[in-house]
Design a protein around this ligand. Sequence first.
Ligand code: SF4
Length: 472
Amino acid sequence: MNAAHAPRWTPDLEDRYADLTARVGDTVPCLEWPLHLPWIDAIRELKRERGAVIMAHSYQSPEIFHGVADVTGDSLALAQAAADCDAEIIVLCGVHFMAETAKILAPRRTVLIPDPEAGCSLASSITAADVRALRARHPGAPVVSYVNTSAAVKAESDACCTSANAVQVVEAMGADKVIFLPDAFLGHHVAAQTGVELVLWDGRCEVHEQFTAQQARHTRETFDARLVAHPECPPDVQREADFVGSTTAMGAWLERERPRRVALITECSMADNLRHRFPDVEFIKPCNLCPHMKRITLPNIHACLRDLRHVVEVPEDVAAGARAALTRMLAVAGRTPVSGAPPLVVVGCGVAGLATALSAAPRKVLLLGRAPAGLNSCTALAQGGIAAALDSGDTPDAHAHDTLAAGADHNDYDAVRYLVDNAVMAVRWLQAQGVPFDLEGTRFLLGREGGHRRNRISIPVATPAAPRCCWR
Ligand code: SF4
């Protein structure tokens, strides 16, 4: 679209988007809104016409993240949302491997990427032929690849992982030696937490490798700030940090610690996109921008939706192998909450049951059951289902927020996060084990309960006499 056809500013936009500009006002200067709002308005209109869903990674600019995205999160959260999405069209505002992952997990959807040149230095550091050569050098060692890889590399791998579940996936391989690729710094972080020998590849994130330990120390001393680093940072930077974790784990740490001032040692937009959730926290943000993420703009989101261009395709033979590696990751992560001997059985999995369980045994494995018909329940709303952010547009963050609010903030934060972060994978794992759920096609029929602000309760069909006291 040339400048003459770009959507124009009109004064009514200011009133119609007053909520948005107030909410994100401390991140996007008021001078920029006349530039952004015409595009935001035009994209929202097109999105409605097309029945599309826009998913944005946490490193996207705030006007995209807050202005047009329906789903936001890290690469795993976006992949799960794509798998659960019932919209025909998904616009993936992130880099190419993320759009490929969405297509692999949602093969019947049309997946668009606003700029197909949006790459990633980690994903381009290794090819499928490199993986085959590594296997030949280390016969019998399983391959775990970070999700920041191409579909072809995933297809050569035994399992994928994210920075949040890498240790868990490596240990689930059941081998003494595992080939872990491609991020060497994440590999060092994982190796420090497991007895499994890791064979590493020398891939680097070109954004995170720039940070130095000297900068980290200087930031702490100058700003009197707590330091939170992504595991893609060099090991000496990680050693300087108060906490090292994935993009989702950073948000969880902030919820828990509520520091007065924090420096996020990661991509610059992360702080912008977290700031509104933590108005009491002062963020010191480095201006290290990912050049690939920043290829996505409001005008090219508009163009790809308008022309349905830059459709992401993955050849089915490659997709099948990659899907198996991704599914193994989801199965490994989903299995943990229900594996082993449960130390505690709680009858009733409504808000009251959960509150009891969480206060009695935070971070423990819990088996949640429902009372047989006829037993009194402490809430008329209990329906014997499982709460998980399965609805398109729902997120573990929103689920955690509602659960904590329902418990009047008395629940153990880590335990709530653990439950909500694993809930979707747990339901999928149960499904894979043959537990039938109430479905409409492949979509979960979800009910609402207690303090949940949206439909989130899935009901195993086999549950006897499940009272359907739910509001759709
Ligand atoms: S921030 Fe690093 S890992 Fe993420 S997309 Fe950019 S180059 Fe890749």
